[in-house]
Ligand binder design. Structure first.
Ligand code: PEP
Length: 260
């Protein structure tokens, strides 16, 4: 069964009410004009905007996600948001293990795994982010790092339907720098092979693997045309509806099926 591409936007800590409403409204318009778009689209607004954006996107076909969640469903965790809370707001996805959480908040692989498990328990699809730092790449450790993060961040029960992997080289996030298509292909091939070992061939074949890191309209097609790249996780360029939408045009199957 072919994997349906996913174009996912991570708005990070950006936007007040009106900004989120404008962006969501513009995306809604674009999606409405392309009812047969051959890809899934998801946006992860800041927690404060999820409710408002959910109302605007309702019925549009664009799904919502959280940018993170706690590893437990409820309890004395001041300032945290749980996976059931995200589901309650209408989210279908949760991003876990983003490098900005791993480095800025000390999220370990074990914690990422607990968060992913909490997401699955709440009925969400977990987007599990993995990727090497620049020093790790320069030291020839990219595949070791990716293997370790993948092995230790995936929760029991993960499968092709409830889990998405996002390969995001840390040094490419928000920097305007990207790996070459060949480098992305090599890592995605490697991730797919590791998934075969851990999940089995059928589930591995159904698991979407996204590329993330300075993806823009001008470079998206180079990555999205690769056989094991099943979409993108997009930060900065997801804050402009036209750019985000244009990235989806880089999908080989999308080219003839979306509006001008
Ligand atoms: C991200 O935050 O996941 C990301 C890929 O950001 P950017 O597209 O801005 O590099």
């Amino acid at each position: 069964m072919p994997r349906r591409p996913l174009i996912a936007g991570n708005w990070k800590m950006n936007g007040l009410g009106e900004d989120g409403a404008r962006l969501a409204g513009a995306l809604r318009e674009l999606m409405t004009a392309a009812p047969d778009a051959p890809f899934d689209m998801m946006v992860a607004p800041p927690f404060t905007l999820i409710g408002r954006v959910a109302e605007i996107l309702s019925g549009s076909g664009i799904e919502l996600g959280g940018q993170d969640c706690h590893g437990e469903a409820s309890g004395a965790h001041t300032g945290d948001i749980s996976a059931p809370m995200l589901a309650d707001l209408g989210c279908r996805y949760v991003i876990v293990g983003h490098s900005e959480r791993r480095t800025g908040h000390g999220d370990t692989d074990a914690l990422v795994r607990a968060k992913a498990r909490a997401g699955l328990d709440a009925g969400l699809t977990a987007i599990v982010c993995i990727g090497e730092t620049e020093a790790e790449r320069d030291g020839g450790k990219t595949l070791d790092v990716v293997a370790q993060q993948l092995g230790q961040s995936l929760p029991p029960g993960a499968d092709g339907a409830n889990t998405v992997i996002a390969y995001e080289p840390v040094w490419a996030i928000g920097t305007g720098r990207t790996p070459t298509g060949e480098e992305v292909r090599d890592v995605h091939d490697f991730i797919r092979a590791r998934l075969v070992d851990t999940l089995g061939g059928d589930e591995a074949g159904m698991t979407r693997i996204l590329y993330g890191g300075s993806m823009k309209p001008g470079n998206a097609a180079e990555f999205l045309k690769l056989a094991d790249v099943d979409g993108g996780l997009i930060g900065g360029a997801s804050l402009e509806a036209e750019d985000f939408w244009a990235i989806a045009q880089g999908l080989p199957l999308a080219i003839s099926s979306v509006p001008d």
